[in-house]
Design a protein around this ligand. Structure first.
Ligand code: PHE
Length: 341
């Protein structure tokens, strides 16, 4: 029995020594000290010893048990330490490495331009008015001096909501002029940015949905000179001091006289280049003096008051501002494209 105990001692010491995992160590504990373990099996044979042999053997057995227990707990501590070490290594934090920047989004290029334009107009004393995108045909056409059967309705008329053609998606922000004038008495000085819809096919410069900023100023003694001054201030602020505008005669049913306004090409300064297709000028917007019939229809006396109005395409401004060659890019929401601005 003594020999067996010695054998257990040396075998267990070696085994415990060579173990590296907590689970293996537990298996050894069970193997030697468990209820069905090797040491327990030897102790069960104590009964077969003579009373003289028993104390010495009992003492040896206790010694061996204590050694094994001691070795196991030492080893357990070592394993715990090693695991902690490993974990710390794995989670090592190098405070000298620069942090990862979370990628923040930013304003869409159209919002950038829109916000700039809003700021400029607010700086000139304008307030912002809103009107519905789903509009009464009466406001978008009739009250803007575009009666039924007018040719303008053919190319603009669009996306009807009701079969009687009394409601449609507005094709311009101009109906907001009427909505503001019938509710507010002059002096009026508003802009109204918003979405508009037309039956246009999608291409590099057209979309069935786009954005405009409508402008309206009504007061006593407002002239075309005020319109020019306002639009010059806008393009100088947007495209740089000294940027010139050019007014060409045009026709809109709701303004008289009407004009289209071009700005000097920002790329070539007027010499003619690819951006302006050799013209030196780029079309910017439609504008004019509010037609007396439109004023009258809103209860404003055209003998006392006059006003100017304009409508700017926001996509066009954005494309110009950021040199975007294709309108479709603005709507595709491709982050690798938008991220450039
Ligand atoms: N509503 C016109 C358009 O969409 C632009 C415009 C607005 C013209 C105001 C004159 C006055 O083309």
């Amino acid at each position: 029995m003594k020999a067996k105990l010695e054998e257990i001692r040396s075998a267990s010491m070696k085994a415990i020594e060579s173990v590296a995992e907590a689970a293996d160590l537990e298996a050894l504990r069970i193997r030697y000290l468990g209820k069905k373990g090797e040491l327990t099996a030897v102790l069960k044979q104590m009964g077969s010893l003579t009373p003289e042999e028993r104390p010495a053997m009992g003492q040896l057995a206790n010694e061996v048990r204590a050694r094994i227990e001691g070795a196991i707990s030492e080893k357990a501590a070592l394993i715990r330490e090693a695991m902690l070490e490993k974990k710390l290594e794995a989670e090592a934090l190098d405070v000298t490495i620069p942090g990862k920047k979370p990628s923040l989004g930013h304003k869409h290029p159209m919002s950038v331009v829109l916000d700039e334009a809003k700021d400029i107009f607010i700086g000139m004393g304008f307030t912002i008015a809103e009107g519905p995108e789903v509009e009464l045909t009466e406001y978008d056409f009739t009250r803007l001096n575009i009666p039924e059967g007018h040719t303008v309705r053919d190319w603009q008329d669009t996306f009807y909501i009701t079969e009687d053609e009394k409601i449609h998606l507005r094709c311009q922000t101009s109906p907001v002029q009427v909505r503001v004038m019938e509710k507010t008495k002059p002096p009026i000085r508003i802009i109204s940015p918003g979405r508009v819809y037309r039956k246009d096919e999608v291409d590099a410069t057209h979309s069935p949905m786009f954005h405009q900023i409508e402008g309206l100023v009504v007061d006593k003694g407002v002239t075309m000179g005020d319109l020019k001054g306002t639009l010059n201030a806008l393009v100088e602020k947007l495209y740089g001091a000294g940027t010139k505008t050019r007014f060409r005669p045009h026709h809109f049913p709701f303004t008289e006289p009407s004009c289209e306004v071009d700005m000097q090409c920002f790329a070539c300064g007027g010499a003619g280049c690819r951006v302006c297709k050799g013209e030196g000028w780029i079309e910017l917007l439609g504008a004019g003096m509010v037609h007396p019939k439109v004023l009258e229809g809103c209860g404003i006396d055209p003998e006392v008051y006059s006003g100017f109005a304009f409508g700017i395409g926001v996509e066009r401004m954005t494309m110009r501002r950021f040199n975007i060659p294709d309108l479709r890019l603005i709507y595709e929401n491709d982050v690798s494209f938008l991220g450039q601005f």
